[in-house]
Design a protein around this ligand. Structure first.
Ligand SMILES: Cc1ncc(COP(=O)(O)O)c(C=O)c1O
Length: 374
């Protein structure tokens, strides 16, 4: 729990450990100097095992959405066909980014609360025709619904059906908290964000590309300047970034990675499983129905339907007065669900405290609106 006693249980930004907060307060350094080169190298090599890649990891001073935009504009040309597999609000956003830059996007939409079925994606690609596809966009962990896709199985299905399509994955809200094997699974582009599993403040996006994806950057014609990944990679080889980076967030990423390494990968993954189980069990016990298909329930965020007749604003105010902050619904789920984030710096006790407060507010009926409750 935070030092200010707020149990911030949104799916990012997450609370920060003291070591990370203190790291962010450090004095600035020359971002063209040797200390910066060492910092950049420590972070990029520190992230690699969590991504499951031996390839370069590019650090962008941008929100996660900037990383997603980079993934698109560096690998595709206007008119390229892309299949956007969307299982929620963030999948929809990813599709919109590609469409904004002129990709010919087909949306494969899955009912919110469910994961994408690899066989159904295969069918959608066959309708393409298969050799026309240049990219398939996937969401690893759909934060708006609390559903995790099986990226290994989806990637396999895509490579077998549409061999020319790059597999581009939004891994923003779970990579680092759950196992990911980018190279082994044949993922071509993977994006994450500093404010999620990495226990750092918002502001940096982490992007890695396969060899095939780097080749695609040489042909891709979508416009880019700030987010030009080839330029970032070339400068990183010199220990620099092309533009002035978010040095303070990099200090934090470095400190967060040190803590994650100290805890150990398996322990980090096990802690996230335990927290997710505590969230699901506690919410169910409180009488709330879970949104996600349980076979694909996320290990970093859990969504539940608000009890019938709940006033969502009154509900979150009642939780806040108990020191607990959770997230609401997005898009068509706005006002209908609550979401608990359990990623990054989180313990089972933090989740249990949040769930106990939710149960208390729910049982008290204090957030039931008269109109809806009548
Ligand atoms: C799955 C997913 N994609 C994209 C984003 C967008 O990241 P940002 O808000 O940092 O742009 C988020 C943020 O919650 C996310 O969870």
């Amino acid at each position: 729990v935070n030092q200010d006693q707020t149990n911030l249980r949104i799916p990012g930004p997450t609370p920060l450990p003291d070591e990370v907060r203190e790291a962010g307060a450090r004095q600035m350094i020359n971002h063209r100097g040797p200390e910066f080169a060492a910092l950049l190298e420590r972070i990029t090599s520190g992230v690699q095992p969590w991504f499951g890649t031996s390839r370069d990891v590019v650090l962008l001073s941008a929100a996660g959405t900037g990383g997603l935009e980079a993934a698109i504009v560096n690998t595709l040309s206007p008119g390229d066909r892309a299949l956007a597999v969307t299982i929620g609000a963030f999948g929809d956003r990813f599709a919109s980014i590609a469409a904004t830059y002129g990709a010919r996007v087909d949306r494969f939409e899955v009912e919110w609360g469910l994961a994408a079925d690899p066989d159904a994606v295969r069918e959608a690609l066959r309708a393409g025709p298969p050799d026309a596809w240049r990219a398939v966009l996937l969401t690893h962990n759909e934060t708006s619904t609390g559903v995790a896709n099986d990226i290994a199985a989806l990637s396999r299905a895509i490579h077998e059906t549409a061999p020319d399509a790059l597999v581009i994955v939004d891994g923003i809200s779970a990579v680092g908290a759950v196992p990911f094997s980018m190279d082994e699974w044949g993922v071509d582009v993977l994006v994450s964000g500093s404010q999620k599993a990495w226990m750092a403040a918002p502001g940096m996006s982490l992007v890695s590309l396969s060899d095939r994806a780097w080749l695609a950057t040489e042909r891709a014609l979508m416009p880019r300047f700030y987010l030009d990944l080839a330029r970032h990679r070339a400068d990183a080889a010199e220990g620099q970034t092309p533009w002035t980076p978010s040095v303070a967030v990099m200090y934090q990423l470095d400190a967060g990675l040190t803590l994650m390494e100290r805890e150990g990968r398996e322990a980090v993954f096990a802690r996230h499983i335990a927290c997710a189980e505590a969230a699901r069990a506690g919410l169910a016990e409180a009488g709330l129905d879970l949104l996600a298909e349980q076979t694909h329930a996320s290990r970093t965020v859990t969504a539940a339907w608000l009890p019938a007749g709940t006033d969502p604003k009154a509900f979150s105010a009642a939780l806040r007065s108990r020191g607990v902050v959770v997230a609401g619904g997005q898009g068509k789920l706005k006002g209908r669900i609550l979401r608990i984030g359990h990623l990054g710096w989180v313990t089972v006790e933090d989740v249990e405290m949040a769930v106990a407060a939710i149960a208390e507010v729910s049982r008290s009926g204090s957030a039931t609106s008269v109109a809806a409750g009548a």
